[in-house]
Design a protein around this ligand. Structure first.
Ligand SMILES: NC(=O)C1=CN([C@@H]2O[C@H](COP(=O)(O)OP(=O)(O)OC[C@H]3O[C@@H](n4cnc5c(N)ncnc54)[C@H](O)[C@@H]3O)[C@@H](O)[C@H]2O)[C@@H](O)CC1
Ligand SMILES: Nc1ncnc2c1ncn2[C@@H]1O[C@H](COP(=O)(O)OP(=O)(O)O)[C@@H](O)[C@H]1O
Ligand SMILES: [K+]
Length: 461
């Protein structure tokens, strides 16, 4: 801001915001627009955008929520364009009749939930038929963490400026943002080289996916070992193997009590009835899905010198010191409940603060942590950007889905991907496969596994 003429960035932001509102409205002339305006620059953006819409014939009403504390230049511009200003107490009807409500209450300067004066109008906007467009962020969410500590606006569209904020990518805040549209206001040269968060895109995943070369054989492609399943849960073993077979490793070894069930479904599996040490060489282990109380196998796997993926019962059975002492990397894949148990907090706490939970767990265990759920995050123990997966869908929330994911990620580890990449790519493919398989209808875990090849091809398109 210091480097540019006064207000230049705000004008760029307002122009992008007005254009997005116009797109949403289809026709601007004659439409009714209400601006909820807070005390800071977020309100300024809304007012300047409102002025642009008013000049194109919209009826624009501004509702300043912080009394006299309002962006003066923006207010003057709106008035010059024919916009009107209404006290919050008298704004209810305008909100009810609006085609569009613009949330300019707070942006990156906000803390805590909506204040008492703003919450009822935000609520009314949600109940009216109006489209709600949030400026930069839905007001009331924590910009840097995705936490929601009180009332927050629910938007249909969020027009954000310069860069995505963590709140637009991580639940529970992400749910409030609706569709997110990024407006480039020329901040890129000023942004830090290393972001807080990274979301892989198709091209990134395509570049990371292993592919066999002419001289490849099954061993050179990597062998993944699966130590999973129990007499009670043989299905977890079958599902982990189903994910592993589609993850790029050249072979899948299975050790555990579910060998018959695995072979019945997947005859290509190399089944061993001995423990991990005698099963033959692997380049990565997956241990834990449906494993019951077999702590001995978990300890044996952790003592190897290859990458290990710890999931489900394996997370509970693994000694923290054994994980910390490993010479090869470890990838842990808890859902919120498992992460909460390891951190000694309530599940709700993890769900409310996913980013800090993933980072904290990674630091405590000296392991890469893939935290599953509505937003999947992958955090490395040494810090650095956290990967956030953008392909997920709630249809993935089906029993056994996590077993498929652990097999898939283990296979990618065996193929040579670093834990962060294996986790990020696995979550990406798993989410995409879930979407392709579901197509708006319920799916079972094996549908996800069977659709991984389609997701893989889709990424290369
Ligand atoms: N920094 C930049 O480079 C740019 C910022 N712009 C806009 O400016 C915004 C940031 O502006 P500000 O720093 O003025 O901050 P905000 O407009 O987000 O909030 C400012 C004030 O709101 C009050 N406040 C805090 N929490 C509140 C709550 N929960 N309820 C009600 N009031 C609360 C406080 O008094 C605070 O000082 C961005 O989100 C974006 O919309 C854009 O104009 C483009 C350029
Ligand atoms: N609401 C949701 N939105 C998107 N993905 C979800 C949601 N809930 C669960 N998932 C995904 O579904 C999978 C469930 O795994 P998990 O909880 O281990 O179940 P299970 O133990 O039955 O296999 C994970 O990949 C998780 O990220
Ligand atoms: K806002």
């Amino acid at each position: 801001m210091a480097r540019l003429p006064d207000g230049a960035l705000m004008q760029r932001a307002a122009a992008g915001l007005a254009a997005a509102c116009a797109d949403l409205l289809g026709r601007v002339y004659g439409r009714r627009v209400v601006l909820l305006v807070g005390s800071g620059d977020n309100g300024g953006d809304a007012l300047y955008a409102g002025a642009r819409l008013a000049r194109r014939g919209a009826g624009v009403t501004a509702v300043p929520l912080a009394g006299d504390r309002v962006h003066c230049g923006g207010l003057a511009a709106l008035r010059r364009a024919g916009g009107v200003v209404v006290h919050p107490d008298a704004a209810g009807e305008a909100v009810d009749r609006a085609d569009l409500v613009v949330d300019g209450i707070v942006g990156i300067g906000g803390t805590g939930g909506l204040r008492a004066g703003a919450a009822p109008l935000a609520e009314r906007a949600a109940r009216s038929g109006a489209a709600v467009v949030a400026v930069d962020l839905p007001s009331g969410v924590e910009a840097d963490s995705g936490e929601v500590r009180g009332d927050a606006v629910r938007a249909d569209l969020t027009v954000t400026f310069g860069a995505h904020k963590p709140a637009l990518l991580i639940d529970p805040a992400r749910e409030h943002a609706g569709t997110v549209r990024l407006v480039d206001i020329g901040l890129r040269p000023e942004l830090p080289a290393e972001p807080e968060l990274e979301a892989l895109q198709h091209a990134d995943v395509a570049a990371l996916l292993p592919a066999p070369a002419a001289e490849s054989d099954k061993y050179r492609r990597g062998v993944v070992g699966i130590a999973a399943g129990s007499a009670r849960y043989p299905g977890a073993a079958v599902l982990a193997v189903s994910g592993a077979l589609r993850g790029g490793a050249g072979a899948v070894r299975y050790v555990g009590p579910a060998g018959e069930a695995v072979l019945a479904r997947f005859p290509e599996t190399l089944v061993s009835d001995r423990g991990p040490h005698e099963a033959g060489r692997v380049q990565a282990w997956v241990v834990g899905p449906g494993a019951g109380d077999d702590a001995g196998t978990v300890a044996e796997v952790l003592a190897t010198d290859v990458p290990v993926l710890l999931d489900a019962d394996g997370l509970r059975l693994a000694a923290r010191d054994a994980v910390r002492a490993r010479s090869a990397p470890t990838l842990m894949t808890p859902h919120a409940g498992e992460a909460a148990a390891l951190l000694g907090v309530a599940r709700e706490e993890v769900e409310a603060a996913r980013l800090s939970a993933a980072r904290e767990l990674a630091a405590r265990y000296g392991a890469t942590v893939l935290l599953k759920g509505s937003t999947t995050l992958v955090a490395d123990p040494g810090g650095g950007p956290v990967r956030v997966n953008a392909t997920g869908t709630p249809w993935l929330a089906t029993a056994g889905s996590g077993d498929v994911l652990s097999g898939l990620a283990g296979s990618l580890l065996a193929a040579g991907l670093a834990p962060r990449d294996a986790g990020g790519v696995a979550a990406y493919l798993h989410g995409l496969a879930g979407r392709l398989a579901a197509h708006g209808a319920p799916i079972a875990a094996h549908d996800i596994a069977e659709t991984i090849p389609s997701a893989w091809r889709d990424v290369h398109d």
